[in-house]
Design a protein around this ligand. Structure first.
Ligand code: ATP
Ligand code: MG
Length: 585
């Protein structure tokens, strides 16, 4: 089995952007309304320069008395239109952007539910959270604000240039000479924006990771007095984040003055030519002032345009990191074999499995048959591969060689959801959801009746402690079940398995957190539960596996002994040794 890469693949920025815009396609109409606002906004800029011409021409050259009304009212009308254009060009694209974000977030979350278990082994959950929150917000920026500025200000510049050409094309042509060096500069700045953006996103993932780990493990941190250590680790991530951000800010801050300076050279040339034209009376003063106004008006959108490439590149880097996840292969959904309820015959045939090639196989040539309704106990040293062996049943992993069968059918031929319906698991690490005890028991069985839930809670001795609570089964268990004891959590997860009522039952250290008293009760409950089901029990406490129909002893991924309890004791091998160690202690 190969470990899928979690790092973002380097994709062509243009491709990423086109794909992002693909999400906007359904809202093209809304977006076009925004573009209309942008055009209005752009037009008012040129009209402003035109108003200057009317004012100067009317007031100083033609001495037209109407100017006293036309110009002030014209200014009000112009700014009203400009405001309307501004509003429309902000609101509508943002509404498209937020929809893109929602769609992308939903898609990413859905993807997280479909990725294979191995993907989660290789990726930190904080990194995945960071993509879902921080990175996606940056996509919003790139697809809305940035696009708005990009279109609106490009339009503004085009309209203003058009006006300049209309006024005096020779002069305007001089101004255009500057276009190539400026666009070259912008491209250069752009590539550095992109580099820093990726760094910022990675460092943000680090900040999230360290904080999540520290918060999750807050008790461990306290008892080991590791506050300073965690603080230092956080400081490093925090500082890297600040540093990367400042690099971006610097690139952004430098880019503007540089572009403006280059533009000022053009302005100087144009002014030189214009002034000489005015002096030789080849150009009227109102045309000159209007030309100058329009030229100065170009600088504001130009500046915004240069600034927008930062967020745009951040959005593209973020989009690439999101698409890298969306493009990862899903968990294999299996074929289409379905059963209403499996009998429960289980067979492992020559199963070999490796997590990581450099560590070697964790399961080696496992052959095993377990008839329906019988109980198999798996014992062996820690790390011998017991949990891995049972993890193959719900297809958390697939064998590298050999096959696992249920009722004689290879697990890979079952529809995955159907296969998982046949298996109930009480695992080594119990996870509860921040909800009520009732909701946690019913987690895998949404259709369960209250009566069935209570019966399961009763059978798993959940009622024993739930009865004492003021809200009974409706008590909230806290974040990941923090308000309950380890044994109580374990009983809830057993109740969950009882309620699921699946033909195959996997108990991985299901009673490890229980005291002897409750363990006896639970054993009785589990014994009842095991009737009529195929059960695989993993236990360190050998007293709990004596009743099993068969016991296998694992060592370094292989089955080294098998048989019934008495048989194995009599043989005096590995099992007898384990047994001696436990009962002499
Ligand atoms: N997700 C994983 N990725 C890589 N290696 C793993 C993974 N899970 C387990 N291993 C390795 O595989 C080996 C077997 O682990 P496994 O959890 O199956 O042991 P176990 O017999 O259940 O041990 P224990 O009794 O302590 O629960 C160990 O060496 C472990 O380090
Ligand atoms: Mg284990």
């Amino acid at each position: 089995m190969s470990t899928p890469a979690a790092s973002p693949v380097v994709t062509n920025p243009g491709q990423v952007y086109r794909r992002l815009l693909g999400y906007a396609r359904p809202y093209l109409g809304t977006f076009l309304v925004g573009v209309f606002g942008m055009a209005l906004f752009a037009a008012t800029d040129a009209l402003l320069a035109y108003l200057v011409k009317i004012f100067l021409g009317g007031a100083f050259i033609e001495h037209d008395p109407r100017v006293i009304w036309i110009v002030p009212l014209g200014a009000i009308a112009l700014f009203f239109l400009r405001g309307a254009g501004d509003y429309v060009s902000t609101y509508f694209p943002a509404s498209v952007g937020r929809r893109i974000i929602k769609a992308l977030r939903g898609e990413l979350f859905a993807k997280y539910l479909r990725l294979p278990v191995a993907w989660f082994d290789a990726t930190s959950t904080a990194d995945m959270l960071s993509r879902l929150t921080f990175n996606i917000e940056q996509v919003a920026e790139a697809t809305t604000n940035a696009v708005t500025v990009l279109i609106r200000d490009t339009l503004t510049i085009i309209v203003l240039l058009g006006y300049l050409f209309w006024l005096n094309w020779q002069l305007a042509a001089f101004a255009l000479v500057l276009a190539p060096p400026i666009s070259w500069l912008i491209r250069r700045i752009n590539s550095s924006f992109r580099r820093y953006s990726t760094r910022i996103q990675n460092s943000m993932a680090d900040v999230t990771r360290v904080s999540k780990e520290t918060l999750d493990a807050q008790r461990i941190v306290r008892v080991f007095n590791a506050q300073q250590r965690q603080q230092r680790e956080f400081e490093a991530a925090n500082e890297l984040n600040r540093h990367s951000n400042m690099r971006l800010v610097n690139a952004r801050a430098v880019s503007n003055p540089v572009v403006q300076f280059v533009a000022s050279i053009g302005l100087a040339i144009v002014l030189y030519v214009a002034i000489s034209q005015v002096q030789s009376s080849a150009m009227r003063v109102d045309d000159f002032m209007s030309f100058l106004t329009a030229l100065l008006l170009v600088t504001a959108p130009l500046r915004r345009l240069v600034n927008v490439f930062g967020p745009l590149q951040q959005g593209i880097a973020a989009g690439a990191s999101v698409f890298a996840v969306l493009d990862a292969a899903n968990e294999d959904e299996g074929a289409d074999h379905r059963v209403a309820r499996a009998r429960g015959d289980i067979e492992y045939r020559g199963v070999t499995f490796t997590y990581r090639a450099d560590k070697g196989p964790v399961l080696r040539g496992i052959d095993l048959t377990l008839a329906a309704g019988r109980t198999l106990a798996i014992v062996g040293r820690s790390g011998s591969g017991k949990s891995t062996l049972v993890a193959l049943l719900p297809r958390f992993y697939d064998p590298e060689a050999g096959s696992v069968r249920l009722d004689g059918v290879d697990l890979r031929r079952y529809a995955l959801a159907n296969l998982r319906d046949q298996i109930a698991v009480v695992s080594q690490d119990i996870v509860l959801f921040a909800d009520t005890i009732r909701a946690n028991v019913a987690f895998g069985s949404p259709d369960a009746t209250p009566g069935a839930i209570e019966a399961a809670a009763e059978a798993a001795y959940v009622m024993d402690f739930a009865r004492e609570l003021p809200e009974g089964l409706d008590t909230h268990v806290g974040d990941r079940g923090a308000l309950l004891s380890g044994g109580q959590r374990q009983r809830i997860s057993i109740a969950r398995a009882i309620l699921k009522d699946a033909p195959v039952l996997v108990l991985d250290e299901a009673t490890s957190a229980l005291d002897t008293e409750s363990e006896r009760h639970i054993q009785a409950a589990l014994a009842r539960l095991q009737q009529g089901r195929t059960t695989l029990v993993i236990a360190h406490r050998l007293s709990t596996v004596e009743q099993a129909d068969e016991i296998i002893v694992m060592d370094e991924g292989a089955i080294v002994e098998r048989g019934a309890h008495a048989e194995l004791l009599a043989r005096g091998g590995a099992y007898a040794q384990l047994h001696r160690m436990q009962f002499n202690a």
